[in-house]
Design a protein around this ligand. Structure first.
Ligand code: HEM
Length: 257
C-alpha cells in the first residue's frame, strides 16, 4: 500500500543526510550560501564573496585560472605517463615509442601532456601580460607579482626538464645547449665571469650539479626526471597555494580600470 507521507519522509531523510555532511541547510539565501562555503574544507579555499568585476572575463581573461587548470591536467597525465616510463638511458626512448605505438591511449596521453606543456607556457605568459596591462602588480600586490615571477620560472623549468625525458635527439641537444649556458653562468658556471672567486671548475660548478657529471649521460636523465616529476611540481604547488591565498588577502582581484 502506498504511504501518503512517503514524500515527506524522503525529504526529511535527504535533509538529514545533507545536514550531517554540510552542517548548514540547503536554503538558497545569500547568508546560507556563504556559510556553506566557509564551513566546507574544499570550498573555503574560495572567497565567500567576490566583487562583481572580479568575475568579468574581459578583466582577467581567466588566464591565471586556465593556467592552473592546465597544470592540473599536466599532473594527472604526468602521473599516468609515469606508469609506463623508466628514467634509464637504455629504456627511456623505447618506453616513449611503446607509449606511441603499443600502450592503449598512450599516444593520446603523451600528446595531451606535451600540448598541455606548450599551452601552460602560453597561458602563463598571457596571464602575466594581463596583470601588467591592468597594473595589478602595484601595491598591495607587489609580493604576489614576485611569487608569479617564480611560478613563471618554474613553468619554464618544467618544460625544459620534461623535454629531455624521451631521450631523443631533440631532448639530448636541447639539454646540451642549456647546460652549456649553465657553465657560462656568472659566478656559478666555471666558464662564467667571476667564477674564479668561488673556485669553480668543470667538476664542481652549477652545470656539474645539474647533470651529475661533465657530460650529458645517465645521471643527467635521472636528475631531470626527479626535478621534473617531484621537486619542481611540489615547489610550484606550494607557491600556487601562496599565490591564491595572497589574491584573497590583497583584497581579491584588483579594481576596475
Ligand atoms: C603557474 C603560474 C600561475 C598561476 C597558476 C596563476 C594563477 C592566478 C590566478 C588564478 C589568479 C586570479 C586572477 C586570474 O585568473 O587572472 C592570479 C592573479 C594574479 N597573478 Fe597569477 N598565476 C601564475 C603566474 C603568475 C605570474 C607569472 C605573475 C606575474 C609575474 C602573476 C601575478 C599575479 C598577480 C599580481 C595577480 C593578482 C591580479 C589581480 O588582482 O588583478 N601570476 N594568478
Amino acid at each position: 500500500m502506498k504511504d501518503p507521507n512517503l514524500k515527506d519522509k524522503i525529504k526529511e531523510t535527504v535533509e538529514d543526510i545533507w545536514g550531517s555532511v554540510f552542517r548548514h541547510g540547503y536554503k538558497d539565501t545569500p547568508r546560507n550560501r556563504i556559510l556553506q562555503i566557509i564551513s566546507n574544507v574544499w570550498l573555503h579555499l574560495h572567497p565567500a564573496r567576490v566583487r562583481e568585476h572580479g568575475t568579468k572575463l574581459r578583466f582577467t581573461w581567466c588566464m591565471g585560472g586556465i593556467t592552473f587548470f592546465v597544470f592540473l591536467v599536466e599532473v594527472v597525465t604526468g602521473i599516468l605517463l609515469m606508469f609506463y616510463y623508466t628514467p634509464d638511458v637504455n629504456k627511456a626512448f623505447a618506453d616513449t615509442m611503446d607509449l606511441m605505438y603499443t600502450v592503449p591511449f598512450g599516444r593520446l596521453m603523451r600528446n595531451v601532456h606535451r600540448w598541455g606543456a606548450h599551452a601552460m607556457v602560453i597561458t602563463v605568459s598571457i596571464h602575466m601580460f594581463r596583470v601588467f596591462l591592468t597594473g595589478s602588480y602595484k601595491p598591495p600586490r607587489r609580493f604576489n607579482w614576485v611569487i608569479g615571477v617564480f611560478l613563471l620560472l618554474l613553468t619554464f623549468l618544467l618544460s625544459f626538464t620534461g623535454y629531455l625525458l624521451p631521450w631523443d635527439q631533440l631532448g639530448y641537444w636541447a639539454i646540451t645547449v642549456g647546460m652549456n649556458m649553465g657553465r657560462a653562468t656568472p659566478l656559478f658556471g666555471h666558464e662564467g665571469p667571476f667564477s674564479q672567486f668561488l673556485g669553480m671548475t668543470a667538476n664542481n660548478d652549477i652545470r656539474f650539479s645539474l647533470v651529475g657529471g661533465t657530460t650529458i649521460a645517465a645521471p643527467a636523465l635521472l636528475r631531470a626526471y626527479v626535478w621534473h616529476c617531484i621537486a619542481i611540481p611540489v615547489i610550484a604547488t606550494a607557491l600556487m597555494i601562496v599565490h591564491f591565498w595572497r589574491i584573497r588577502k590583497d583584497g581579491g582581484i584588483s579594481g576596475r580600470l
